[in-house]
Design a protein around this ligand. Structure first.
Ligand SMILES: C[S@@+](CC[C@H](N)C(=O)[O-])C[C@H]1O[C@@H](n2cnc3c(N)ncnc32)[C@H](O)[C@@H]1O
Length: 238
């Protein structure tokens, strides 16, 4: 549709419709305050103000699944979440594609991770990484292959989020529908639980780079299926 044809259609709107819309803007003005800027409050995800909003939801998800984090574990980048939420850890491995990561015990591309043996881990904490992998289906297939039978994959991925930058190539954003298909095709639908976290307020706060400390717990905890900030997936290998 051209700009001209849109203008033409608008001019055909009855005057009362146009007036009603204008009245709505007068009666319920959007007061944007300090958010009325084309630049975000923080361009560092909110780390310069506190903790980023998505981290609140990642913590909530991992807190709810503490029992899964035990035995031989794998995590990306470091062992932060294994240390905070795990118990009875037998060995905690770290996977990274980045050979400069001195903490990593395994350097590999998760989408081509044939160097990692089958059935190796009781739990794989895969947070905030799949969006950086172009062949996401292969990455999920390898995640499944390297889990032991009854092993658990705990994944979080962004839904509504700024792009990464900072040297990362950011390929994807995820929805409840794409997560359901992606993980069910590999693990089986009955082995997968999908949870959406967030709402329009927390999405705006996250995009602006506000810290989660700037919202209340009741505000953060509302889940609006139309405005997910984060998708979390728990998938169990049969
Ligand atoms: C944004 S960090 C997130 C990881 C961290 N666990 C977290 O929750 O913050 C992404 C990490 O994934 C790694 N990464 C990116 N692509 C990868 C791939 N194809 N295979 C394995 N690791 C990858 C990056 O090097 C980086 O360490």
């Amino acid at each position: 549709m051209t700009a001209g044809s849109t203008m033409y259609k608008r001019s055909l709107l009855p005057h009362w419709v146009s007036f009603r819309r204008q009245l709505k803007r007068w009666l319920f003005p959007a007061r944007m305050g300090s958010l009325r800027s084309t630049k975000p409050l923080s361009s560092a995800w909110g780390f310069d103000r506190g903790r980023p909003v998505d981290r609140y939801y990642i913590d909530s998800f991992l807190e709810a699944h503490r029992k899964d984090i035990h035995g031989r574990t794998l995590e990306i980048l470091n062992t932060e979440y294994t240390r905070r939420f795990g118990s009875n850890i037998e060995r905690a491995d770290i996977l990274d594609i980045d050979p400069a990561n001195r903490q990593a015990t395994i350097i590999a591309d998760l989408a081509a991770a044939d160097s990692i043996e089958n059935d190796s881990f009781d739990c794989f904490i895969l947070t905030q990484t799949l969006q950086l992998i172009y062949d996401v289906k292969s990455a999920v297939a390898h995640s499944h292959r390297i889990l032991r039978p009854r092993g658990v994959l705990l994944v979080t991925v962004p839904a509504i989020s700024r792009l990464a930058g900072e040297g990362y190539t950011d390929y994807w954003r995820f929805t409840p529908a794409s997560c359901a298909r992606l993980f069910a095709e590999i693990f089986g639908a009955d082995q997968v639980t999908i949870t959406a976290y967030g709402n329009v307020l927390s999405a705006v706060a996250f995009l602006e780079g506000m810290a989660y400390e700037e919202l209340s717990k009741p505000e953060l905890d509302v889940i609006d299926e139309h405005y997910p900030v984060l998708m979390a997936i728990r998938a169990v290998k049969k």
